[in-house]
Design a protein around this ligand. Structure first.
Ligand SMILES: [Zn+2]
Length: 353
């Protein structure tokens, strides 16, 4: 299923690019700006089984992107500046915000020097349990369990089931199936329990990923001193908020992460990103609560570019994911033109339901 979707996306992007249709559609769908989402930036790894590769781009790709942005007639702006332009209706030039989710160490090593070199502002959304070393990067843990074993047992609907995952193909299929099964669960508490059980069973230390991959508080404090950097909140426990039953927990997740960041950095974050951020993870309730808490902006991962009308939907902003599976400049050109996401959204400009 995921493979099929990928093919459609890729073919769609190729078609739009080679037909030139994205240029033609630009006045109709181009919008006033865009927010880019990135996660990891690091050199390519040689492992053939990398189900989470979509979450990383290479330093070389990022540099080409930054060079292109700094030469284009596009302003790369901070989240505050984006907010200001949307509020005041300043749309003389198109603008782009660069955002990184989760606060991975590789940003410090590979992306930060490039962003400094081109003097481009960017934002970092931190789930505070990650630098507190209590975060569970369950999608990475699942990858490790499947990578290190050739047969996995799981209890599904009360029954013990076993799955072969000796070959690359089996590993990929099993990852997609288990990932889909986990994401379909009603609450994240259940999802976490399943992954924790798998980790215990197959001797994978789920806490190690947070320690090895995520920035420490010292690193975050150091980054936050740079005027190019905006630190935003990303909740405490990085849960899919829409699946959290009670409003008070959703509110506490947002509010607590803001307070913890404020205490650590001496500056109160005014921007938020919803964990995971797609339509199954953040919806109208979350958009309302973020607004009530006074966040200036909050971003989803729903695909789309920004339009003037988004000034009325500041806590439900779409983003363009810079996907590691499609590291070609032309794909990004098509995505940022708004043509592909317009098709995705059925030509609706705002997707906040
Ligand atoms: Zn995240």
């Amino acid at each position: 299923m995921a493979g099929l979707k990928k093919t459609i996306i890729r073919t769609g992007l190729e078609t739009l690019y080679f037909s030139g249709l994205h240029h033609w559609m630009r006045p109709l769908v181009g919008g006033v700006g865009a927010i880019l989402t990135l996660h990891h930036v690091r050199p390519p790894r040689s492992d053939s089984f990398q189900p989470n590769r979509l979450l990383e781009v290479t330093p070389a790709f990022l540099e080409r992107l930054l060079r292109r942005l700094s030469r284009a007639r596009i302003d790369v702006v901070s989240l505050d500046e984006m907010h200001q332009r949307l509020i005041s209706g300043d749309f003389k030039r198109r603008f782009v915000c660069i955002t990184f989710d989760d606060g991975y160490k590789d940003l410090m090593r590979w992306a930060y020097p490039l962003l400094k070199k081109y003097q481009l502002p960017f934002a970092l959304y931190i789930p505070t349990s990650f630098p507190d070393r209590l975060g569970e990067l369950w999608w990475v843990a699942l990858e490790a369990v499947i990578a290190q074993n050739s047969r996995i047992g799981m209890v599904i609907k009360g029954k013990d089931q076993f799955f072969e995952c000796g070959t690359l193909r089996e590993k990929r299929e099993l990852y997609d199936a288990v990932y889909g099964y986990l994401r379909s669960m009603k609450t994240e508490v259940k999802l976490r329990r399943v992954v924790r059980d798998l980790c215990t069973c197959y001797h994978v230390d789920i806490g190690s990923f947070c320690r090895d991959l995520c920035m420490s508080w010292e690193e975050i404090v150091e980054l936050s001193r740079d005027p190019l950097v905006t630190i935003g909140a990303h909740t405490v426990n990085h849960m899919m908020l829409k699946k959290v039953p009670n409003d008070s927990t959703v509110r506490a997740e947002m509010e607590m992460s803001r307070s913890v960041l404020e205490a650590a950095l001496g500056k109160r974050p005014e921007h938020l990103a919803y964990p995971v951020g797609d339509a199954t993870s953040a919806g109208p309730r979350e958009f309302r609560i973020a607004g009530e808490l006074g966040f200036k902006t909050a971003v989803t991962t729903r695909p789309g570019v920004l339009f003037k009308v988004h000034r009325d939907h500041m806590t439900a902003l779409p983003r363009i994911s810079v996907n590691g599976e499609f590291q070609r400049q032309r794909y990004l050109k098509v995505l940022m033109s708004g043509a592909a996401t317009a098709m995705w959204n059925g030509l609706r400009r705002v997707n906040a339901a």
